[in-house]
Design a protein around this ligand. Structure first.
Ligand SMILES: C[S@@+](CC[C@H](N)C(=O)[O-])C[C@H]1O[C@@H](n2cnc3c(N)ncnc32)[C@H](O)[C@@H]1O
Ligand code: SF4
Length: 365
């Protein structure tokens, strides 16, 4: 639930062991990187952001990547205890880390837990060998499954990422994989359709994604399959057991404030009446109320519950129904792509299939 007093902190670790051919996230391969030096720099910028937000309560910390499971646990602990010393922490603070099975080593997960991580998100991507090879992953399906078993044993809160809608993937192959991942007892699952991003190896190889209709079929099937397994969809690609939605990611989708530390990290802060977009480390740009409103729509409509209209105006100071393109808004409601209740506006199941078009229409000035 949105709370203007709270902030989330994102720590970006841009290093990976190898580059996956589909991935356009910023990353570097540098096994000899001086981790102590980088973390010292991170603490310096955390100190800076603390001065701007000292009166806030930290609701979550997220170590994302790249591959943050390559950070030495003692340095993760150093960051967490620095944050703990500086800010007030929420009682049930969520501290997540993304791990890649290819970085696993003996006792890694228990060391991460001892360092203060209380939610582990594992980048499995696929449970079949052929798909993993296609995706250029450097771990096997067996290694991924072993990691999943360890993660579920060691942590109380966990998640896994899978990529589907691979070229030529059919429903029965995907159903098998879905059934397998949902049997591990994970509290949360993120399922992403493969996108072919510009400037990736996949784009250069001219790899074509699965056709739109088949991908939509897999998507609809995924939502009802996971619903049967008591995983509720709460965001376009995210499914959770009751009480286990990602609190950190909800901050982005609900328009809350967050600090971003590390190369290619960014933040959003409401400071002294201004909406500030922060590019790490210190580039700050003022956003207009209209720019912030567009962001709230782009992010908020990803959620099944959609946008809360009074939170929307609390954050950006504009009235939702006055801000959006009224003709398009009415058209989208009449054609059952959007639903408006007294409090919220959300995309219907068919609206979610064409979410980008829907957002473009709403924000047309
Ligand atoms: C920043 S990555 C970090 C995960 C971790 N480095 C790993 O690979 O295990 C976050 C997630 O984005 C998803 N992802 C990245 N590129 C994608 C693409 N082109 N299409 C679909 N999903 C993608 C993957 O599921 C990945 O786990
Ligand atoms: S998917 Fe993960 S491991 Fe692969 S290149 Fe991207 S960030 Fe690195």
């Amino acid at each position: 639930m949105y709370n203007p007093q709270e902030i989330a902190i994102y720590i970006h670790w841009p290093f990976c062991k190898s580059k996956c051919p589909y991935c356009d996230f910023y990353k570097e391969i540098n096994p000899k990187v001086n981790q102590d030096e980088i973390i010292t720099e991170y603490l310096k910028y955390l100190e800076y952001y603390h001065q701007l937000t000292a009166d806030r309560t930290v609701k979550s910390i997220f170590f994302g990547g790249g591959t943050p499971s390559l950070i030495e646990p003692r340095l993760i602990e150093k960051i967490i205890s620095f944050i703990e010393k500086k800010w007030k922490l929420k009682d049930d603070i969520e501290i997540s880390l993304e791990a890649n099975p290819n970085s696993n080593r003996l006792n890694m997960f228990s060391e991460l837990k001892n360092a203060g991580i209380n939610r582990l998100s594992l980048g499995v991507q696929s449970l079949t060998e052929t798909n993993l090879r296609f995706l250029g992953r450097t771990h096997t399906a067996e290694q991924a499954k072993k990691c999943l078993q360890e993660v579920v044993k060691i942590f109380d809160n966990h998640s896994a990422d899978l990529i589907y809608a691979l070229p030529e993937q059919n429903l029965s192959e995907w159903e098998k994989e879905l059934a397998e991942i949902s049997d591990f007892g994970l509290k949360h699952i993120s399922l992403y359709q493969l996108t072919i991003e510009e400037n990736t190896v996949f784009a250069r190889k001219n790899i074509k994604p699965l056709n739109e209709d088949e991908a939509a079929n897999l998507y609809t099937f995924t939502c009802s399959f996971l619903h049967e397994k008591a995983y509720e969809q709460y965001e376009i690609s995210n499914f959770a057991k009751k009480g286990f939605q990602s609190g950190h990611n909800l901050t982005y989708w609900e328009g809350g404030d967050y600090i971003g530390i590390g190369k290619s990290a960014h933040g959003r802060l409401f400071l002294h009446g201004n909406h500030i977009a922060c590019e790490y480390p210190l580039q700050h740009t003022k956003l207009t109320a209209e720019e912030r409103a567009e962001e709230l729509i782009i992010m908020g409509l990803r959620l099944n519950k959609g946008i809360n209209k009074s939170v929307f105006s609390q954050i950006c100071g504009l009235n939702f129904t006055e801000f959006v393109n009224k003709t398009k808004f009415n058209f989208l409601k009449e054609n059952h792509f959007l639903t408006e209740t007294d409090t919220n506006v959300y995309a219907t199941a068919s609206g979610r299939l064409v979410l980008n078009t829907l957002i473009e229409n709403l924000c047309q000035r």
